[in-house]
Design a protein around this ligand. Structure first.
Ligand code: THU
Length: 162
């Protein structure tokens, strides 16, 4: 028997003023995108904006449904929107923010849910380029994660079926 350990590093910034301009601007767009969320059930409005290799940005937000499994997280909406609008163009960075309208407290970063991690990884593997994530609430700390693989260790991918 041997033991394995998996760990990863990510960056923590105190606030948006310490980010590089491209990330600050992307995060601002993600915050704006929270306004397009359809979240009547959770009141938890999430926005995500992708920066593509051609310089374009694409935004998405969560879209809920009375039948909750039919709802979509902002991350999967932005992945689909980017793929549909700019097929084949690499996504370099996705900024994700939220506005918790139920508590009015949006002061810490939230990370993508498990299904979204799987979807993000599929896109990353398809494009063969790491996707950076910029995670933040409306205020407070900002996390930067340089590779989606870090969020889904021991993942199941197409390679497992070969
Ligand atoms: N949600 C997202 O859009 N992204 C996340 O990373 C976490 C959760 C949405 C799903 C649902 O509409 C609401 O937030 C509450 O779970």
């Amino acid at each position: 028997m041997k033991k394995e350990e998996i760990s990863f590093e990510y960056q923590v910034f105190d606030d948006a003023s310490s980010l590089m301009e491209a990330d600050r601007s992307l995060l601002q767009k993600a915050k704006l995108a929270t306004q397009t969320a359809y979240a009547p059930y959770s009141q938890f409005c999430v926005g995500a904006t992708a920066l593509l290799a051609n310089g374009a940005t694409v935004s998405g937000s969560n879209q809920e449904n009375a039948s909750s499994p039919a709802g979509l997280c902002a991350e999967r909406v932005v992945l689909a929107a980017a793929a549909a609008s700019y097929p084949g163009i690499v996504i370099n960075t996705i900024a994700i923010s939220y506005d918790n309208k139920r508590t009015s407290i949006s002061d810490h970063p939230v990370a993508p849910c498990g299904i979204c991690r799987q979807s993000l990884l599929e896109t990353q593997l398809q494009q063969q380029t790491p996707i950076r994530l910029v995670l933040s609430g409306w205020e407070g700390n900002i996390f930067i994660i340089n590779d989606v693989r870090h969020l889904l260790p021991l993942s199941f991918t197409a390679a497992d079926m070969e």
